[in-house]
Design a protein around this ligand. Sequence first.
Ligand code: NAP
Length: 246
Amino acid sequence: MLENQVAFVTGAGRGIGKAIAKALASEGAAVIVNYNGSAERAAQVVEEIQAAGGKAEAVQCNVADFAACGETLADVIKRYGRLDILVNNAGITRDNLLMKMSEEDFDAVVNTNLKGTFNCIKHVSRQMLKQRAGRIINISSVSGVMGNAGQANYSASKAGVIGLTKAAARELASRGITVNAIAPGFIRTEMTEVLSDAVKTAVTEQIPMKHFGETEDIARTAVFLASPGAGYITGQVICVDGGMAM
Ligand code: NAP
C-alpha cells in the first residue's frame, strides 16, 4: 500500500515509534528510524524491519535542535529524492505538580514535544509542497485533550501539538498534504511502565475499556492516516484511548 514511499519516524527506536516504523515498513514504505540516544535499539528496529523484507535505516537527530533537524531532513531528502510521510512521535515526560515544576522541566518537555514537532514539519514542508503530496502525523496525547494533574508541561506541549496540527493542516491542505494528530490514551511502553501500581490502577479505572492500549493500536491508526484511503482527512485529532476522552 505504501510502496515507493519514504517515511521519517521520530523516536522510533522503542515504544510507539518502533511499532509505527515497523507497521509502515510492512506496508512497503522505506522507513528512516530516527533516534536520539538509543542507537543500539534503533539498529535493532532496522534489523527487524530488514529481516521481514522491509527497507529501513537508522538516523540520529535530537528533534529539539532546530538546526540538526534541518541538516538531517535535508540529507534524507537529498539521498531518497522525496519524503512522503513524517511521523512526529518523539516525546518525553518530566512529571511534577505545577507548584514544584522547575523551569528546566517545563522547557525540556515543550522543546522536545512541541518545538520538535514544529522543527520537523518546518523542514519537510518545502519538499512536500514541491511534491504536492505528503502525510504528517503528529502524536499528541489524551493529556493534551483533557489535561492531566501532574503534567502541566506535558499537557501544554501536547495541546500545543493539536493547535500546530490544525494550523499546518489549513496551510498545507490545498497542496495535497494532510496533517493529523493521534491522541493516545495510556499505552503500555517504558513511558507508562514507570508509573506506580497505585497510579496504574487509578488510571485504569478511568478507561471505559478498563485496560491500557498496545503500541500496535497506535501504529494501525498511523498506517491508516498514511494510506490512500485517508486522503480526505486533515486537521483531525483521533483519540486512540479505550474511550477515555469523549
Ligand atoms: P518512550 O517509550 O519513552 O519512547 C520515547 C521515544 O522518544 C524514544 O524513542 C526516544 O528516543 C524519543 N525521543 C525522546 N526525546 C527525543 C529527542 N529529543 N529527539 C529524538 N527522539 C527523542 O515513549 P512512548 O510511550 O513510546 O511515547 C511515544 C510518543 O507517544 C510520545 O510523544 C508520547 O508523548 C506519546 N504518548 C505516549 C503515551 C503512552 O501511554 N505511552 C500516551 C500518550 C502519548 P531515544 O530513546 O533515542 O532518546
